[in-house]
Design a protein around this ligand. Structure first.
Ligand SMILES: [Zn+2]
Length: 201
C-alpha cells in the first residue's frame, strides 16, 4: 500500500487517530461500539501509548473527561473550531519545551503542563497541539459514512471518505458513486433548508 493509500497519520498523530477510533461503527453490526467502556481499557491505552515516554503509570484518568474529549475532538474534525479546544487547554494546559534533533537543531516539543486533571486527556491534547503546530491536524477527518477517522494524505486535502471498499475487509464501500450522489443530495437539501424558514416559524 502506498503512502497515499494509507489512512495512518504520521508520527505521534497516529496515537490521536487511534484514540478517536476507540469509538466506531463496525460494518457487520452497524451498532456503535466503545472500546473505552471501562477505566481499565483507558489505562491500557495510556500504558500502551504514553508510559514508554515516561508518563506516570499511577496517573489519574477520569473516564467522563476521556469520553468527552474524544467526542469533542471528533466534533471539530474538518472544522476550524478552536473555541472548544481552547476550553480544553484551559483545563489541561500544554507547554512547549525545546529538544535538539539529530543535527543539534532545536525542535519545539509539546507536553502536558502540570499534573492536574486527567492524564490521558492531557497527553492526547499535547499531541493535538503538536499536530496543529505541524499543520497536520486539519488532515485528520471522519468519514461521513462510517465515522471512521482517517488521515488525508492527498495533496489538496480534499479526501472525504475513508478507504473502506466493498471488496475490502470491511466491505462497506464508503464513497461509492451512489453514496456520493446521496451525500451531495443531502448537503443540497440541508443548504436549501438553511435558507428557508422552518414550517412552524
Ligand atoms: Zn467510511
Amino acid at each position: 500500500m502506498s503512502k497515499e493509500d494509507s489512512q495512518e497519520a504520521p508520527g505521534t498523530l497516529e496515537i490521536v487517530r487511534t484514540f478517536l477510533n476507540t469509538w466506531r461503527i463496525p460494518n457487520d453490526t452497524r451498532e456503535p461500539i466503545d472500546e473505552f467502556a471501562s477505566l481499565e481499557a483507558m489505562q491500557h491505552f495510556y500504558a500502551t501509548h504514553f508510559e514508554a515516554s515516561g508518563a506516570d503509570s499511577a496517573a489519574s484518568i477520569i473516564p467522563e473527561l476521556v469520553r468527552q474529549l474524544r467526542a469533542d475532538l471528533r466534533s471539530i474534525l474538518g472544522t476550524g473550531d478552536i473555541l472548544r479546544l481552547n476550553k480544553w487547554l484551559v483545563r489541561q494546559p500544554v507547554e512547549v519545551v525545546l529538544t535538539p534533533d539529530s543535527d543539534e537543531i532545536p525542535l519545539l516539543k509539546y507536553r502536558p503542563a502540570g499534573k492536574e486533571g486527567c492524564r490521558l486527556c492531557a497527553e492526547v491534547l499535547a499531541l493535538v497541539v503538536e499536530a496543529i503546530a505541524h499543520s497536520t491536524w486539519t488532515r485528520v477527518k471522519a468519514c461521513p459514512d462510517c465515522q471512521w477517522v482517517f488521515y488525508d494524505h492527498t495533496k489538496n486535502k480534499n479526501k472525504i471518505w475513508c478507504l473502506m471498499t466493498a471488496s475490502g475487509p470491511q466491505g462497506r464501500s464508503c464513497g461509492s458513486i451512489s453514496k456520493v450522489r446521496n451525500f451531495r443530495k443531502r448537503q443540497k437539501a440541508r443548504a436549501a433548508r438553511a435558507l428557508n424558514l422552518p414550517d412552524n416559524f
